[in-house]
Design a protein around this ligand. Sequence first.
Ligand code: F6R
Length: 618
Amino acid sequence: MCGIVGFIGNRKASEILIKGLKRLEYRGYDSAGIALCDNKSSCRIYKCKGKVQDLEDLIRNKDSEGTIGIGHTRWATHGEPNDTNAHPHMSMNGKFILIHNGIIENYAKLKKGLEEEGYVFKGETDTEVLVNLFEYVYLKHLTGEERHIPEVVVRETLKMVEGAYGLLILCTEYPDLIIAARKGSPLVIGVGTGEYFIASDATPIIEYTNSVIYLNDDDIAIISKTGLNLMNLKNIKQKPNIQQVDFNLDEIEKGGFDHYMLKEIYEQPRSIRDTCRGRLDFKSKYVHLGGLYNVFDELVNAKRIIIVACGTSWHAGIVGEYLFEEFARIPTEVEYASEFRYRNPIINKNDIVIAISQSGETADTLAAVKLAKKAGAIVIGICNVVGSSIPRETVAGVYTHAGPEIGVASTKAFTAQITVLTMMAMSVGLANKGLNREEFSQLVDELYIIPEKIEEILEKSECIREISEKIKDVSNSIYLGRGYLYPVALEGALKLKEISYIHAEGYPAAEMKHGPIALIDEKLPVIVIATKDNSYDKIVSNIQEVKARKGVVIAVVTEGDTTIKSIADYVIEVPKIDFALAPLLTVIPLQLMSYYIATMRGCDVDQPRNLAKSVTVE
Ligand code: F6R
């Protein structure tokens, strides 16, 4: 949700910024802009509506020199996407230049105050208010001496601000510095030799250095070519904690695929192996989740688990609910983080709250984590991005290790989250006797071979592509599933609607009779996830009900199923597996189907309209 990148050193900043913005474009792609400076001349700002490519075209024949620079790719919150509202923003008297990720909640009040002081605004963004607030504080609030101290200017300004921000600031008073500040929106600083890189995540940085510092909330970093001074809003000096990021450039390139989404779908055998590596012990039939050791007893004896998440991660949460209740017999609830945080939920002291998030930065999930912590719950994270905010707020957790997910539609993160939830529920179940040794060992065996089975499904992509061709022009669709396959229906529907803009509803199959059945006619594709499990006969009946009303049935079935084959219009077979693990297989054809349909319709699958990968606003 807005990408930020900055560079200070001896290289040509514009090249680093443009490359970095392209890597961050998954966070927003409504407009883009850069500001370039060097110690001698004044700064130049280039910005425009559209993608980073449009910005690159814009600066092609312009002066793009400068060894200090900041850049931004926007996902609009306040103000429509246009050239004026694009970042960077410059203050009215040209003293400050700013880029911002987040939302300034009291911007209307601040704007009114600034207008009374004679400030005039060109656009509608909260960021334009903020940049002018910096200038106002600098010119009107501080003594001449205080103005020379960048951290004082930043601190005094941010004291007036409510909301979330990741900020990069340039100021004519300190032409050889970039100032970074964080509250609620992520910022990472890459440490090079005589140079620093700043970004919303590490992807624009790793080409140059693997040494990074993740800023904490309330941190302010004053960065020059030769050094970095870190403190917080209370003026307490902070010791930079330099960590090594462990992914490489290949992982964030398309690797020969047309789109990141397709690459990430195909990566799933590997990503699930990585999620299980060192944790699922096939030989001794054990699961070791080191990140849970300090809370394992509490988890085993828990009276209640609450899972909080958004979007696709919420769908993984429903699978988690079924797993914990089945394997460990612990009552489990799944909550939309955005509802949970605002509805005065009952949270007991020893409740276990599990927050699931690919990015680890989703604003509502992060807020739910903070709320649960405050209420005394034991909060555990399941996140993909190492060092992100949620893992840093939680007492324990398990990284999914799916590798960077860049396609806006989540695919490999979903299967990695389910893999972690499965291992968690299995190990808790074994410890609290919800599962016996034999059941547990069987699950270890089945989970171990999931990657091979996904490979088998991926080999059938041509058949999935052909079925996709048949329904690519529809406007509506329904996805049905029961039990573990109900969240898969929800996820299949979400994937289709977000990248192809076809309306899709996911429903528990039996609920169809209570409303959606009215939609069924010969034009409506009904995608039924119907592998063999304990409600197989019931879903066969649901398929009959759809066919009786002339709906077009596409069924995902277990290999060798002849019953559904004889009723459905099209079938996609997946290998046989324990039904608790079926989501890991059955979601793969649905991911591929939405990918093919979207590309056939000419949609931009990696950057679907109106969406952003990381939702850091509520
Ligand atoms: C859908 C999708 C979103 C995210 C949601 C939560 O494909 O990607 O629905 O799942 O925004 O994001 P995280 O998991 O980063 O908290």
